[in-house]
Design a binder for this molecule. Sequence first.
Ligand SMILES: [Zn+2]
Length: 387
Amino acid sequence: MILRDVIVPGHGSGDLHVVDGRVQAFDQRPPSDTQRIVMPQLVEAHCHLDKCHTLHRLADVGGDLTSAIAAQLEDKVNWTEADIWARAGRGISELVEAGCGLARSHVDWGNTSAPPLAWSVLEDLCSDRSDEIDLQLAALVNIAALEDPDCAMSIARRIAETGGALGTFLLDHAEPRQSLINMFDAASRFGIALDFHVDEGLMPGLHGVELIADVALEHGFDGPILCGHACALMNLRRDDFDRVSEKLALAGIFVATLPTTNLYLQGRTEGTPDRRGLTRVRELTDAGVQVVVGSDNVADAFCPLGQHDPMAALNLAVLTGHLDPPFDRWLPLITTNAARALGQKPPALVGTSIDTLILSDARNPAELVSGRCGPPRRVHTLSEAAQ
Ligand SMILES: [Zn+2]
C-alpha cells in the first residue's frame, strides 16, 4: 500500500510505502496542492480525568486558583465509583477522538499512603481501554505527606504496580526540600517518573522550578521529570531566567505549558487581565529545554471550558505565546517531546506500525493546527490502508 502525496511533519512531502502494516519507506517529492498530513498519534502530557466534566454540578465557579481548589474540593462527595468511571471514560473517549495514542492523567491522591478510590477506578479504566490508548496515571500527592520518607516509598511502590508517575503540587510551601528529596529517592527506588504542578502563580517569591532542578542535579535521577505550569518563570529577570533554564536543560527536565487553565485562573484583576500565566515557551525552547503542551482541566472548577485535545491546546499556545510558523517546529510539543516527557521513546518513521499514525486532510501544518479540518483519523482505519 502506498499513501501518496502526504506531508510527514519533520520529514517533508512524498509517498509513504507501507508493507505488512509497517512503514517501509518514505520517498520524498515536491509538495502539491492535494497533499494530506500523516503524523504520529498525538500525546496528551497533562490532564485530570478524575476532575473532568464536573462543572454542571459546581455551585461557585470563577475566580483564581485558590477558589478553584475550594470549589473542586466540595464536589468530592459526589466521587463514587460509577461517577468517576463515567466522567473519566468520557474524557478518554474525547482523547481517542482527538487522535491521542498516549496520555497522562493526574489523580488527586491526598494525604495518606493508601490510594484514593479515584486511583483504583482510573487503573481499571486504563486497563479496560488499553486497546484504544496507552494511559498513564500520575499521583498528585499532598506535599506534606511526602515529608515522611516511608509514606513516599509506600506510595511509589503502589504507583509502580501499574507504572505511573509520582507527583505533587508545589507553590509557596515553607520547607519543600525534604519532600522533594523523598520523592526523588522513592521514584528512583521503584523506577517511576516524576511529575510536578509547580509555581502555578504569578506572585513574587516562587522558586519551585529551580529547587526541583537543583534536587534533580544533586540526586542524579535518570527517569523523566515533567514540571507543569511554571507560570512564575515570567517573573524572572533575564540573568535569573538564564540560570534556571540552564539547570533545567542540564537535568533534562521537561516543562509543560497548560494554556487553558492558566489563561483562565492567572493574572486576575478587577478588569481585563494583562498578565496571562503562560510559561516562557519560546525562551525555554531557545535555551534547549524540552517543552510540551497539555490540555489540563476540562469542564471543572479549574477551567469551565477546555477540551481533551492536544491540538486545540497547541492552537491556543500558538495564539497566546506567539509561536510563529513554521509549525513543524511546534508539533513536537504534542508528539515527540511529549512522548519523551512521559518516558517513551518516539519511534522512527521507517519501521513504525501504521496503528500509531494518524492522517488529516489539512494541506499544511498551519491548517492542521488551526483545527479547520476536524480531528485526524487513524491511518489503519482507511480503506486504502486495508488494501
Ligand atoms: Zn494540572
